[in-house]
Design a binder for this molecule. Structure first.
Ligand code: ATP
Length: 231
């Protein structure tokens, strides 16, 4: 289990955008990080990655796989060369290479190895990031908006992949606006609003016997904190 505590964090010390973010990460679970635009999801992830300019708190994590919100690709490397670079940096090159090629086949990129990912469509570029993040086996993954731009078959393949990794014991932090999908696959949720964690727990715990979908829960907890702050 890992405990994350971000007392405050942001892009400059005098104006923190996230405060008092505290949660645990358990083995074998998918945790949904949800919140509206500007709620602080990416900022929280950056604090965990160690790339946020200002962080006060405690964030210690094991080595992890990371799918960024926007693809990060090399201009002059083909897909095969991107995979080769990953394999070269790996402690288990043969296993990683085999799995990368299996994932390329799963995401239907196996006829594009000699092409340059910077010329790929948005969804294809996202698939490259998924291949590179999931080819090595980690105990922990941070996955930021992974469904964006993917076609329905790829979304289904990714959901199955994440569930399979979770069932093998991995911990996955999944930031997403796809609440219908998150509702079906996440064990717990972290609900962010205005840089604050306004609720967290399993779907059942957050529903409070109301049998609401996740979107309604989210609207309700925002109303509750808004009402509490003005009354
Ligand atoms: N590079 C930056 N410099 C200054 N402020 C930033 C920067 N990036 C984000 N912010 C601010 O931090 C706050 C939280 O933004 P963040 O990107 O974490 O939200 P988000 O929940 O990931 O939103 P979205 O769903 O739109 O991706 C917002 O007020 C945003 O304007």
């Amino acid at each position: 289990m890992h405990t994350i505590y971000i007392e405050e964090g942001g892009y400059e010390e005098k104006t923190p955008v996230i405060t008092d973010i505290r949660f645990t990460l358990q083995e074998g679970e998918i945790i949904g990080l949800i919140g509206g635009n500007g709620a602080g999801k990416s900022t929280t992830i950056q604090a965990m990655l160690g790339t946020l300019p200002y962080v006060k708190g405690e964030v210690t994590l094991p080595t992890f796989g990371y799918v960024p919100e926007r693809p990060i690709l090399y201009d002059y490397y083909t897909l095969a060369e991107h995979i080769h670079l990953l394999v070269q940096c790996s402690a288990q090159p043969e296993t990683v290479q085999k799995r990368a090629y299996e994932l390329a086949s799963l995401f239907k990129l196996d006829t594009h190895f000699e092409e340059y990912p910077t010329t790929f469509s948005k969804g294809m570029q996202q698939k490259v990031m998924l291949i590179l993040a999931f080819a090595p086996r980690y105990s922990f993954y941070i996955v930021d908006e992974p469904f964006m731009g993917l076609d329905p078959q790829a979304i289904r393949a990714l959901i199955r992949l994440l569930i399979e990794l979770r069932d093998e014991g991995a911990t996955i932090l999944l930031s997403t606006h796809a609440l219908d999908t998150a509702e079906k696959m996440c064990n717990r949720f972290l609900c962010l609003h205005n840089g604050v964690l306004i609720a967290q727990g399993s779907l059942q715990a957050l529903q409070q016997h109301r049998d609401e979908p996740l979107l309604d829960i989210f609207d309700r907890v925002i109303d509750e904190v808004t009402y509490a702050s003005i009354s």
